[in-house]
Write a new protein. Structure first.
Lengths: 284, 317
């Protein structure tokens, strides 16, 4: 069984490497955004540094919202999951393997982003950008990657096709960029946006990466954000299992809509808890 | 012949729709068993239950001694399947696809030998997207056999294939039978079923309405025999319609087509009528009922779904 899943894992990496969408959304678009951040903030070091966690979170979110769910939805659409079900191996193993392979790719792409950001920092400001807590940064990126991947799994399971994932992914991605804290630092946004962003998963990821990169307290100071990501990961994974269907032509059904509602209810619950704890008013 | 597949009292419902009801059949080792039916008749659901893809609401399925409902994993190790859609990633090469699926099974056939047997040995590095329709279908067969299965299931295996590839696939199915494997296939092509299958089951609206060898089904049919003839000069229709057991006379191909329920009596009387009229018989052929006509008689529709009247008229033309 392990050998079969290992070959599948390697095959998924190979397929991602051959996918234009994966290259574009995991590396291309985030690099473009990073380049924009560098260009726009090249004269003020503090502004530059505020945007580095955003770039890393965008890289992870792009992979989770586009390349991974598009690959999974296309596999179901083409009957590949049905073919997997005809093997003695559990289909869940194939799906988890695919998600893991895409997470690994996203982490690698994020490492590339960080390396570019560090080099650009050296070139622009003549000092190295040294993470305050390198190990915690690795943990933070991993936790954010897992939480976003679980959110992406909900997309993959809900969408009827690879193309539908692109549409759904955009409806997640664009609000996350504009009002979710991924594209613009939240402290620069109107107060109402800071409140709204608590109901979206993007800001919690930026928060923990930012803490590991720059805050003296590191992850110890962002317990709520870590908890929020854990809740979003757990509820996303549970909803994805509930939404799972191997049949290419089976519609979502009312049960599927209930699982989707469950996944989004966890966003709302996190947002309401954040409001109750006064998180939107806290200094970033 | 020992039963390798036993299906008893199979039933499956989707919501309020009963898709399969009380379906029972047995398939022996080295036997090719065909499931015939229109789209929506319940063939694919029956196969999906047989393959452990769907859990039936009622019934028992034993494949090679394995309870397919209780232990689908063990079942999948022994069964190979080629489903309607060829499920391989476009960007994978033939070699990579074979390697992927071979790694999923505890026992494996010789992949190189399979690829050579199905004419794909020189295409191992080609991406799936670049294969022709026939090559894709042959790869699907290779993947169905990669675990060296004792039971192989084909769902509409020749849809969209050119005649050459279809012929090759027929040959492969015969070889599977020679190897002692059990084959279950669904098809719309009744000529294919008659040619390949040792036994056939006709499924209609979820129920099996007839099972037997092609010869048994034909013998059981009450479908009439068709007699085609031409004379010079031509006989008039009223002479032919007066012949015994003739139920219909229609012009066909410059001559006539008679429908007879007792062909021997009709032909003997026809010979006498031709002699009495002093004309020359230039063509005479007797065609027994076909499997398609048997299917029509049993279900009231042709396998592609057109109503019986349209198909009979088409056949008469």
């Amino acid at each position: 069984m392990i050998a079969g899943l290992a070959v599948h894992f390697r095959t998924t990496l190979l397929l991602a490497q051959r996918s234009v969408l994966a290259w574009a959304m995991v590396l291309g678009a985030p690099l473009f955004i990073l380049a924009s951040f560098i260009s726009l903030n090249r004269t003020v070091k503090s502004y530059y540094q505020q945007h580095v966690p955003l770039a890393l979170a965008i890289s992870l979110f792009g992979a989770a919202c586009f390349s991974m769910p598009a690959a999974l939805a296309a596999e179901r659409e083409r009957g590949i999951w049905r073919r997997y079900r005809l093997t003695p191996l559990p289909t869940a193993g194939f799906i988890a393997g695919s998600a893991l392979a895409h997470l690994l790719i996203a982490l690698a792409a994020t490492a590339v982003q960080l390396a570019i950001a560090v080099i650009a920092h050296r070139l622009l400001f003549a000092t190295w950008l040294v993470p305050a807590h390198p190990i915690e940064l690795a943990v933070a990126v991993l936790v954010v990657g897992i939480a976003y991947t679980c959110t992406g799994l909900v997309l993959a399971m809900a969408a009827g096709s690879g193309n539908a994932v692109i549409g759904l992914g955009l409806t997640f991605y664009l609000p996350m960029l504009t009002i979710g804290g991924l594209g613009i630092p939240l402290h620069k946004m109107p107060e109402v946006v800071r409140h709204v962003s608590c109901f979206l998963p993007g800001r919690w990821g930026v928060d923990v990466i930012n803490a590991a990169l720059f805050k003296p307290a590191g992850l110890a100071g962002v317990g709520f954000s870590l908890g929020a990501l854990a809740v979003l990961a757990l509820t996303g994974a549970i909803a994805a299992v509930g939404l799972y269907r191997w049949e290419p032509d089976r519609p979502l059904g009312w049960r599927g809509w209930l699982w989707l509602a469950f996944a989004f209810a966890s966003w709302v619950a996190v947002g309401l808890t954040a409001e109750a704890m006064g998180v939107p008013g806290q200094k970033p | 012949m020992a039963d390798r597949i036993v299906v008893e009292g199979l039933a499956k419902r989707y919501g309020s729709r009963q898709v399969v009801r009380d379906v029972s059949f047995r398939v022996g080792a080295g036997e090719v068993f065909g499931l015939l039916g229109q789209n929506g008749a319940g063939k694919t659901t029956t196969l999906e239950c047989l393959l452990g893809l769907r859990r039936p609401d009622a019934g028992r399925i034993i494949v090679d001694g394995i309870d397919a409902i209780a232990d689908p994993r063990a079942l999948h190790a022994r069964v190979g399947a080629q489903l309607q859609a060829t499920a391989v990633h476009d960007a994978l090469s033939v070699r990579e696809a074979v390697r992927l699926f071979a790694a999923c099974y505890p026992s494996r056939a010789d992949a190189g030998a399979l690829l050579a047997r199905f004419g794909l040995a020189d295409r191992v590095d080609a991406r799936f997207a670049t294969l022709s329709g026939g090559q894709k279908q042959r790869l699907a067969v290779v993947l169905a056999l990669i675990n060296d299965p004792t039971v192989v299931v084909f769902d509409e295996p020749t849809v969209g294939l050119d005649p050459q590839t279809r012929h090759e696939l027929h040959q492969a199915i015969r070889e599977l039978r020679r190897d002692g494997r059990s084959v279950v296939l669904t098809t719309h092509h009744l000529d294919e079923a008659a040619e390949l299958c040792d036994r056939i089951a006709v499924i209609d609206r979820g129920s099996l309405i007839a099972t037997g060898t092609p010869a048994e089904l034909l013998a059981r049919a009450r479908a009439p025999t068709r007699i085609a003839l031409a004379t010079a000069p031509a006989l008039i229709a009223s002479v032919l319609s007066a012949l015994p057991a003739v139920s219909a006379v229609e012009p066909a191909g410059g001559g006539w087509s008679l429908t007879s329920t007792a062909p021997t009596a009709t032909v003997l009387a026809l010979a006498r009528a031709v002699e009495a009229a002093g004309v020359e018989l230039t063509t005479l052929s007797v065609r027994p009922p076909t499997l398609e006509e048997v299917f029509l008689e049993l279900t009231g529709r042709s396998p592609d779904g057109s109503p019986a009247s349209a198909t009979v008229a088409g056949a008469a033309r």
